[in-house]
Design a protein around this ligand. Sequence first.
Ligand SMILES: [Zn+2]
Length: 190
Amino acid sequence: MTARTHDLAAISAYLVVVCTQDVRAVTVATALMVVIVNQVGGIAPDIDQPTAPFWRNLPIGKILGKGIDKMLGGHRFITHSILGLALFGWAAHWLLHLINLLIPNMDASIVWWAFMIGMVSHLVLDTFTKEGVPWLLPIPVKFGIPPIKKFRITTGKLGEKLVFIGIVVFDVWFCWVNYGVLENIVHHIK
Ligand SMILES: [Zn+2]
């Protein structure tokens, strides 16, 4: 899947989670960081792809990306597994605590969840693609839905476009149905 679809899925997944939880008062800093960090989580697993937008936007990104790619075992390897989720979750935890020193009024645990929800949405979405996802690494089996490969989505092709449109339609419907809840959430940002 492309970064665009992953970012849309990440924020949509977060929206669903936040609308089904008890509303908590958060600072503007927390709310802003939730959005940014959720988007980073949504594309973080593709750090193992030398052509990922993540690397393309850095001046020496190409070289760095290739190095990281080798280290992580190539595309759709460790960053696309439960083990990778745990490692990234651990790293994000410490990184957010460091950021907390600079932005003391940010609730690091809320922002951490936004990252993890973004990252999980990435792995779930990739499971629907032809390549599949090695969820249980080091067990080297790639899982995919549906199990028959030819019915799965090819990145950048019609299938992905339909998924993108599907998520947009879902979001419009979801926001419509949960308008009151969303209003309440916004009122709790101080
Ligand atoms: Zn991916």
